[in-house]
Write a protein of this length. Structure first.
Length: 381
């Protein structure tokens, strides 16, 4: 049985996160989007409170909080603005990889950079991001590798000074490697300004036969495959929680708007068509939240068993965040499409978020393969 009651420590963290979201994040959401960057004073406040180090291992100076605590904090922060949360510097998705492996898998220079807080990491996964096909080619050249191609749109791709890549080599063997941007001549292609998450430094990164030495390789083969799967499980749960925060923000805004506006001398929220839509928005948000909490609880006990719950959580969060934000725009009518109201931004942010972390059908396909593999194994044994 899973308890959905927060601990005292979690309530304290969430309360602080809610205050930061309302006072330091939401008021500057539009400014951050227009400038494509986040205010330094905002980053300083979030960093001082430890919110940039929730997932980082203690051995790297992080808080190493359980996922069940993290998802509540991330949802509270994203309630302020998902675009800003996704654009905050730090280890980001790379922290989940560090959390999933042993420190000895990193060389001393890499560990030093992480521990001194000098790294902003962009995590490029060319193995699981199959919606648009394999983009990167990795060729073995003696003890080194040669990397060529252009990545998928990647969060923090513009501002990151380090990259962690998960790529298949020419033999189909998974390889995880670390790259320091200043030691390589990389082309950074900024994201499309028409999309959302404009403060998240989204970019495609091009590699022109870049040499990756053996010292840059973190894992290969079966070890790399297991590490990638554990990392993805954690990333999916955290990202689903952020989407729940965005869903709740859109739901609350649309509910308050429809409760105040009148048509034909009646509050529009009382019209059946409007109330039904708000009710479904509530249902979608709560379902996604419960699945996130379930996945986080399972992952905290055993990451290997959390892959299925994590896929369910991110798939439903993807479905829900698109529906809820689109519905919020519709409920505001013409106001929903103008920048004087935040819902149009939230709708664009939701679309960009789904683009970055995989569409719903891809997760359904993966979950289907997992289920079939489990059934086949049961029949054989």
């Amino acid at each position: 049985m899973i308890s959905f009651e927060s601990t005292e420590d979690e309530n304290a963290f969430v309360s602080i996160a809610q205050k930061i979201a309302s006072e330091n994040i939401r008021p500057y959401a539009r400014e951050s989007e227009n400038k494509g960057m986040i205010r330094n004073d905002m980053i300083k406040v979030v960093n001082e409170l430890g919110f940039l180090k929730l997932e980082e291992p203690e051995s790297y100076g992080g808080l190493q909080l359980p996922l069940i605590s993290q998802v509540q904090i991330q949802a509270a922060l994203s309630y302020g603005d998902l675009g800003i949360v996704q654009g905050l510097p730090g280890l980001a998705d790379g922290a989940s990889l560090l959390r999933s492996m042993e420190p000895k898998q990193m060389n001393k220079d890499q560990q030093k950079l992480v521990c001194e807080g000098e790294s902003t990491i962009a995590f490029i996964d060319d193995i699981n991001d199959k919606a648009m096909g394999k983009r990167l080619s990795l060729t073995k050249s003696g003890t080194n590798y040669t990397l060529h191609g252009t990545s998928q749109p990647t969060r923090l791709g513009q501002m990151a000074n380090h990259l962690i890549l998960a790529v298949l080599d020419e033999e189909g063997c998974p390889v995880i490697c670390w790259m320091d941007k200043k030691h390589h001549h990389l082309k950074v292609n900024k994201g499309d300004y028409r999309f959302g998450l404009l403060a998240a430094s989204i970019a495609k990164i091009s590699f022109d036969n870049e040499i990756i030495s053996q010292d840059q390789v973190i894992a290969t083969g079966e070890k790399a495959d297991q590490l990638i799967r554990r990392t993805h499980t954690r990333i999916q749960i955290i990202q689903a929680a952020k989407q729940v925060g965005l869903m709740q923000a859109a739901l609350d805004y649309a509910t308050e708007y429809t409760a105040m506006r009148k048509a034909f001398d009646q509050v529009i929220a009382k019209f059946q068509g409007v109330s039904f839509q708000i009710a479904r928005m509530v249902i979608e948000t709560r379902i996604a939240n419960h699945l996130v909490w379930e996945a986080a609880t399972v992952a905290d006990k055993n990451t290997e068993e959390a892959e299925g719950p994590a896929l369910r959580a991110i798939q439903r969060a993807h479905q829900g965040v698109r529906y809820v934000t689109n519905s919020a725009v519709q409920l505001l009518g013409g106001h929903g499409y103008v920048k004087d109201y935040p819902v149009e931004k939230w709708m664009r942010d939701a679309q960009a978020q789904v683009m970055l972390y995989g569409r719903e059908k891809n997760y359904l396909i993966r979950r289907g393969k997992q289920t079939l593999a489990t059934k086949e194994k049961a029949v054989i044994t």
